[in-house]
Design a protein around this ligand. Structure first.
Ligand code: URA
Length: 213
């Protein structure tokens, strides 16, 4: 497993605004969108391409185009939805599958409550979107789901990660021998006793879309 912490002054600036508890939902959503586009540039560094010969007004030349099958972008509902547009801006021809995961706040156990994805993901590069890699339970369960459907190359894009979550995903995916990459805007200090990332940004879903009782 490879982990890439994006180190860029624009990312640091936007992330600081995002963390601020005074930042309201409309600006929070806009910042998430912008951050994801910046992270997507890093996350797609190994996106598969194939050669393409074209003719410019001056000469024939060899270029590249995205390979088939097209990449699959998978936001994990609900908070991952806030990352979708920012990702699709860079990969507009990708396909989108949806995975609804819910975390029991007592046991912190993640389970799937909805999915809309092809049965066969063999040969697909998959980009999982989830803003907070906290305990790692949701991400591990989501990655398992994709691996069971045949995905052989998974990149996770998150905004914040906690060391505990990264270690858990590393442990859980120990037997996955294909490329697995986590791209995050920052690696935070730790989790608190409620499973929140510290210093973090609070509940990403609530800050994007409001509190659900
Ligand atoms: N999910 C969130 O939205 N925030 C956290 O800090 C941890 C999990």
């Amino acid at each position: 497993m490879r982990i890439h912490v994006a180190d860029h002054p624009l990312i640091a600036h936007k992330l600081t605004m995002l963390r601020d508890q005074e930042t309201e939902s409309p600006i929070f959503r806009q910042l998430v969108d912008e951050l994801v586009t910046l992270l997507a540039y890093e996350a797609t560094r190994d996106v598969r391409t194939e050669p393409l010969t074209i003719r410019t007004p001056v000469a024939e030349t060899q270029g590249a185009k995205l390979a088939s099958p097209r990449p699959m972008v998978v936001p994990i509902l609900r908070a991952g939805l806030g990352m979708l547009e920012g990702m699709m801006r860079l990969l507009p021809t990708a396909e989108v599958g949806f995975l609804g995961m819910i975390r029991d706040e007592e046991t912190l156990h993640a389970s799937t409550y909805a999915e809309r994805l092809p049965e066969d993901l063999a040969g697909r590069q998959c980009y999982l979107l989830d803003p907070m890699l906290a305990t790692g339970g949701t991400l591990s369960a989501a990655a398992d789901f994709l691996v069971e459907r045949g995905a052989d190359d998974i990149t996770v894009i998150c905004l914040l990660a906690a060391p505990e979550g990264v270690n858990r995903v590393k442990r859980d995916l120990e037997n996955f021998s294909r490329p697995f990459t986590i791209v995050t805007a920052a690696m935070d200090e730790r989790l608190n006793d409620k499973g929140y990332i510290v210093p973090g940004l609070g509940d990403a879903g609530d800050r994007l879309y409001g509190v659900v009782d």
